[in-house]
Design a protein around this ligand. Structure first.
Ligand code: 6R9
Length: 665
């Protein structure tokens, strides 16, 4: 059973329904279920006509497309392929000469609370200047640029500047290790790295440039010609002559005008690495046209974004949510957004609520794991409870990254949204580009813990292993049966893996397999996500491959003989990482086991990043295996959860090991 079984049980009995208030329905862009159904009907009747209409209405094309969808190389679908546009022009230039030009694009709040405001005009100038600096250093259309930056205006500028000149960015989250960076630089064949000397989070100064240096020194990075360094803090960092330059050096003398380079709609806007079921992260490749279309459309449908909104998505630009709903969507929609450098618990766990009050945030989008940790903090300390702040500016709340348990949903609804704000529980994945299953705030009656219904044009379904549709009430695999514009185009450098992972032959080769389990409610047909069905864990909304962590553990060759990693439910982080380890020496116990566990945790933090550190490490003389040598992970999952073993263990080579692993903790 997947890790979230408790959550599933409680949502199965969920029967509270929260329809949107009449006033909300009236004012919404997609107004009432009638509005939603009209869009669905249009999309079903003529999908290509529907997407073509949206693409013409929402994007500015320098060369109009003549063909909407090309299925000739399915599942390598192409959208608007002969059209040309520029993503940055569609986020910035298009607002010039309109009322958006001088409105705030970004309200940046630094870790220490300092606020800076950047208008659309100023952002365009900064992006253009940075784009010119990239060009002056030989970065060309089609080149890959790796971005390893803190949250801030500069990170968004770097992404937009790449887009402006047709370079493909690959952002790596600032919490990943030197080794992870090294692998991504090599896989992407990046020509430059954009980074900062340090990042500031929770009052601490954490190195970034030193990690880049270490990553580059691990070898294989000859493609890197330049490292551009933003000096976020006054602390000096090492600079390699000829290779490394500060932002002030490269920007000096560069013009603040840079004509955007038109690219084909299928041109890769970015590659973003994410965890899959094997050890190697996948470089998810997204297009320019289809991706940007979906970023813009979902800002309007899901967030009902309006000119006077203050939008705040708390995700880091290192994740897909920070791409679509920080770096591109809000700008394409001409919204004012808050960008936050710090963490939700610094200087105290009231930071989010304080910031909502301060910036008069109207649409707030965060992750269940953050909500759960803030509930816990508010429970033990009244002074950080949201009731201490004026949150009356809020009109829509959003959730993303993992299933939200109904208890957290209700708290969010009551104490943050004042029982007035619809919660959009948006289901989607790195591979989807933007929301695919989500309520619409002025239409969908809400059920806590359910992401409700697919967006218009998204043919989501639940099927069994043979691809057969399952009736409502039956759990199965979540699939999307028709292509949509913002879908993943390929895995960078590995088209075969793309086909195998997402369009398996067993399902006919053209149905998108999400990798999540889901069930539809008997009454409304609402979707509920029951968690991953592959070897991917979701820890605090971060995707982690179990194999990735196993590979990291066994890479400690002096100590580790074998390792198996599974997830177990965790109240705060959704899932927790649990590692079963066989050492090359005898099985440690007591203090020694604790010491070695700490050593292994630090090792994993170095190999992948601190987010991949196992919470539990258990040592055994062996792992439970079948006679053919396969590790029986379902047994390990039961042990990790502390459950009695009820499964059939007759195929097990070494049943005695189960007791030993259950006792060692
Ligand atoms: C956007 C993002 C994708 C995985 C996905 C699923 C889980 C995301 C969810 C959700 C239930 C939601 N997930 N949103 N599960 N309800 N609203 O998070 O992308 O990092 O690629 O993770 O996250 O398991 O498959 P990504």
């Amino acid at each position: 059973m997947s890790a979230s079984s408790n959550a599933i049980e409680s949502v199965l009995v969920e029967n509270r329904v929260f329809p949107p208030a009449d006033s909300v329905v009236k004012a919404a862009r997609v107004s009432g279920m009638a509005g939603y159904e009209a869009l669905c009907a249009e999309a079903n009747k003529d999908p290509e006509g529907f997407w073509a209409r949206l693409a013409r209405e929402h994007l500015q094309w320098t060369k109009p497309f003549t063909q909407t969808l090309d299925e000739s190389k399915a599942p390598f679908y192409q959208w608007f392929a002969d059209g040309e546009l520029n993503a940055s022009a569609n986020c910035l230039d298009k607002h010039m000469g309109t009322p958006v030009e001088n409105k705030a694009a970004i309200l940046f709040e630094a870790d220490d609370g300092t606020v800076t405001q950047v208008t659309y005009r100023q952002l365009l100038e900064r992006v253009s200047q940075f784009a010119n600096a990239l060009k002056a250093h030989g970065v060309q259309q089609g080149d890959r640029v790796l971005i390893y930056m803190p949250m801030g205006v500069e990170g968004v500028v770097a992404m937009q500047a790449c887009a402006r000149i047709g370079a493909t960015h690959s952002v790596v989250f600032g919490g990943f290790s030197a080794k992870a960076l090294n692998e991504r630089i090599i896989d992407a064949g990046a020509v430059a790295v954009i980074t900062a000397n340090y990042q500031l989070r929770g009052g601490k100064e954490l190195p970034l440039k030193a990690i880049v240096d270490e990553g580059l020194s691990m070898g294989g990075c000859d493609s890197i010609k330049n490292v551009f360094v933003y000096q976020r803090t006054a602390t000096a960092c090492d600079m390699v002559a000829g290779r490394d330059k500060t932002f002030s050096e490269i920007l000096a003398g560069q013009s603040t005008e840079c004509p955007p380079t038109p690219v084909g709609a299928e041109h890769p806007l970015f590659i973003l690495y994410t965890s899959g079921s094997t050890g190697k992260p996948k470089g998810v490749q997204h297009s320019t046209g289809g991706y940007l279309l979906w970023a813009k459309v979902t800002m309007e449908w899901t967030f009902d974004i309006r000119p006077d909104d203050v939008f705040w998505c708390t995700a880091d630009i290192g994740w897909i949510t920070g791409h679509t709903y920080v770096a591109y969507g809000p700008l394409a929609a001409g919204a004012t957004q808050v960008v936050f450098e710090g963490v939700p618990t610094y200087p105290n766990a009231g930071r989010f609520w304080q910031m909502i009050e301060r910036h008069k945030v109207t649409v707030f989008y965060t992750a269940p794991t953050a909500i759960r940790s803030l509930i816990k903090a508010a429970d033990s300390d009244e002074s950080v409870h949201p009731k201490n702040w004026d949150l009356s500016s809020l009109r829509i709340l959003g959730s993303v990254g993992e299933p939200i348990n109904p208890e957290a949903w209700m708290w969010y609804y009551r104490h943050v949204g004042g029982e007035r704000c619809p919660i959009v529980d948006t289901f989607w994945q790195t591979e989807n580009g933007g929301h695919v299953i989500t309520p619409l705030p002025g239409a969908t009656p809400l059920v806590p813990g359910s992401c409700t219904l697919p967006l218009p044009g998204i043919q989501a379904a639940i099927v069994d292993e043979t691809g057969k549709d399952l009736p409502n009430g039956a759990g199965g695999m979540l699939v999307i049966k028709r292509p949509w514009p913002s879908m993943i185009r390929t895995i960078w450098g590995d088209p075969e893996r793309f086909k195998k992972s997402y369009f398996p032959e067993e399902l006919g080769g053209t149905t998108y397999l999400a990798g999540d389990g889901a069930v539809r409610s008997a009454d409304r047909g609402y979707f509920r996500i029951t968690g991953r069905i592959d070897d991917v864990l979701n820890v605090s909304g971060h995707r982690m491959g179990t194999m990735e962590i196993e590979s990291a553990l066994v890479a400690k060759t002096d100590l580790v003989a074998e390792a198996a990693v599974v997830g177990r439910p965790d109240d705060l982080t959704g899932e927790a990482i649990c590692a079963f380890v066989v050492l090359k020496r005898s099985r440690p116990t007591g203090e020694e086991a604790k010491q070695i566990a700490t050593e292994l945790r630090n090792w994993v933090a170095k190999e992948i990043g601190p987010i991949a550190k196992p919470k539990d490490i258990r040592f055994g003389d062996n792992l439970p295996k079948t006679r053919s040598g396969k590790i029986m992970r379902r047994l390990l999952r039961s042990i990790a959860k502390g459950e009695p073993i009820t499964q059939d263990t007759s195929t097990l080579e070494n049943p005695a090991i189960l007791d030993q692993l259950a006792q060692s903790n």
